[in-house]
Design a protein around this ligand. Sequence first.
Ligand code: MG
Length: 463
Amino acid sequence: MWVSLFLGAFSILIAQSSLSARDQPNFVLIFCDDLGYGDLGSYGHPSIRTPNLDKMAADGMRLTDFYSAASVCTPSRAALLTGRYPVRSGMCSDRRRVLFPDSLGGLPESEWTIAEALKSEGYATAAVGKWHLGHRHQYLPTEHGFDSYYGIPYSNDMDRVSNAPRGAAKSLEPHINWWNVPLLRNQKVVEQPVDQTTITRRYTRQATKFIESNRENPFFLYLAHSMPHVPLFRSKQFKGHSLRGLYGDVIEEIDWSVGQILSALTENGLDKNTLVFFTSDNGPWLTQGPAGGTAGLLREGKGSTWEGGMREPAIAWWPGQIQPGSVSSELAATIDLFPTFLSLAGGNLLAGLEIDGHDMSPVLFEHSQSVRHHFAYYRGTQIFALRMGAFKAHFMTKSAYGRDPIETHDRPLIYNLQADPSERFDLGESRPELVAAFENLKVHYLNEVEVAPSRLESRMPKQ
Ligand code: MG
């Protein structure tokens, strides 16, 4: 099948199923942990300096309405790698919201990941960074299509040692020995506890080495930073670097890392043949005080289905293919990256696969309308909210980490996210036609998206 991509003044043809290896683009997916919508210079932060990300946006596209498919780590990552809402894989739960070191579950073998799909198209694949889709060996990245893995298997605040002080995670002077998190190379623990002060630098070195050693063949690099999830750590080179304090130091080191990746691509002559996409798994962890980020003008943060929990900074970069300095407010999500990458690689989705992502090439390369017209905000297995065009309906709400119960709205709260991005003015009373349209859309999701049993509930048996 042939498709035409109109790229500004240019028009090229891509053969979707018969690309030669030389024509297949590389993919670098940089995924942060708990980065807020308002934490980058190019997204309006007044004192965190992110010159490399700002330049990446100036040379590429900045997306304003890009979503993760969950407001916490594990389901968000499952959705990213499978192109499916996390309820389909069971990587979500209404009780335990993420995997813990005592969890038995993980991403099922039956799930088809971006890495597996691209591997079958001849790509070299590597995962660097936080995984959080199951730390038992049968669930690790090397069992899910990645040729290699270097990183931590779950969050950097898990495995806290018993004598660590209360509130250790949100400390602005945390000590690496307060946690016992392992660092893995492929399936083997190579350091425990991992020295988190150098982790961003070491991930970056792994990433640039992988780029250099795969310059002659197509590759997919998944670089999932452990930061800025608390506890916050940065190398000595970034100590006191930011006006924003420790959190700012951490973001500015990630920004440095992005600069290293883009330089490695350019120096190896790969910049014209590589799509780099930068985003985050969920919004800022607001309850961590100064150790957490900001969602800017968006309401709430991590753990919530208000915008601040799931709308993310997102920057796409591919010199010669993406119009420099473009800004898109089209609706798109992490689940769209899988079909986008696979299509550009010349591959096809498996017949019969129920996938929720859409190829977002028209947004990226034609700067035109998204194929995506609606999006579901799940919390665990339940649809809390839906977006359709500019409008959003909340059927249920809850503060992210408060003890308040879930509030169910008999008549959904309706917001116009373009006119009211902070979700302050409920329109439901005056727009009954929108209420009806959203009720219908909810029925559509309930009918179409099958909920698999949770893979997060189980705990290790007591010894
Ligand atoms: Mg996270």
